[in-house]
Design a protein around this ligand. Sequence first.
Ligand code: ZN
Length: 466
Amino acid sequence: MAIKKIAIGGISTECSSYSPLHQNKDDFTCIRGQELLDLVGFPFLEHGISPLPLFFNKSVPGGPIEKQYFDQIKDQFISEINSLGKLDGILLLMHGAMYVEGINDPEGEWMGSVRKAVGPECIISVSYDLHGQITDKIINNIDAFAAFKTAPHIDVQETYQRSASMLVTAINDNLRPIVLWSSIPVLVSGEMSSTFVEPCKTIYESLDQYNEINGVLDCNLLVGYVWADTERATASSVVTCTNERAGSEVCKKIAKAYWSSRKDLKSDMKTGSIFEALAWLKSEFSIIADSGDNPTAGGVGDRADVLEAFLEHRIDHSLFAGIASKTAYEELKKGDSFNLGGTYGGGGPELKLKADSVYFKNQCAIVKISKTTIIISKLRRPFHYLKDFHELDINLDDFKILVVKSGYLSPELQSLSTPSFMALTEGSVNQNLVGIENKYRNKKIYPFEDFDDYLPLVSNGKSKVT
Ligand SMILES: [Zn+2]
């Protein structure tokens, strides 16, 4: 028997429609070849399947993707698929929260084009972020689906492997799974729906139990992405199954569980304004998350609101990690005066500053102004790992306060077990949800509207399923 062939690839980013910073090819890194196979880490050959890596393009979340770039990269993906000849399957690695002006459903367009290219027989298995969006068009074009079950995400490769495993089984056992979904009219931030705290902890744990039901393969809850004002924005339950009736039952149960918990969705961190954050400051080492400008959720990462407040109130021994500003980085290469704030388009106060000392490492300028240290990064980037500080020769023990551009803290920062506070700051990913612009979203979504009459409807992408 001829060896079966599958392709692997996709595109992953999260786009705030509130960000002024458009994404194009310069924002994406491209993973190809063996590196892409290693990223998935699934032993396809042991199952008699030859995996053919295409490309996986990934960016730090940001603003809308330029339509020209989206069209071009999608066309390139399709032409690479076409160059492989007949495929038995494809593993699509997607995030699910792209926003492209003029395209209602970019992932739906992507998957629709893939389906057209590979034909109706080819099995399409998808891996997704739980902050992704689902539509009938997406579901109608795919055969298997698995999304992350942790946020912060610590099961990325496991999720790729769940999708890979369903793909391999479908090809080798000659079966065609069904994907069902149900929209849930709830949209909250990732910070309010961490899977490590209730109510989501219990709901996500229940997904593994539902997977044990006969005829059910893989159960998912997607909280969706709140900072894109689009028609398709919603939370959803998604179930891959071989028995439509069993799958539909579970899909409704997951949807109901999330809906019933909606009023318990709250941030597990202490929250408040910048000034409440200043009043909260502890004598021991503590962390403040500047959440409205968090680049890993789609914020720009260049705002200086918190820095301005700290400098005004002369709060010493603080470390800002970091503020993105290519222009400030270049000014500091020439002298000690520099301007900070809003230089990438994120807005907020503009500060004229003078460095007492500065050194450069890893495309960052590490600036000292009196007893405040600021990491100015040339590029937009998070500081989520302890190695990010070590690499810049920064010892956190030298500081009393760390200010990061973040929502909920990354697992490594959380592991410091230090008091933390989420400042509800301005920016493209403002956590004050009821205040954000809401022109295109379905208005009947909690918390934008509070209502009680919701009954989950299940769809297979083509029609309603009972
Ligand atoms: Zn996510």
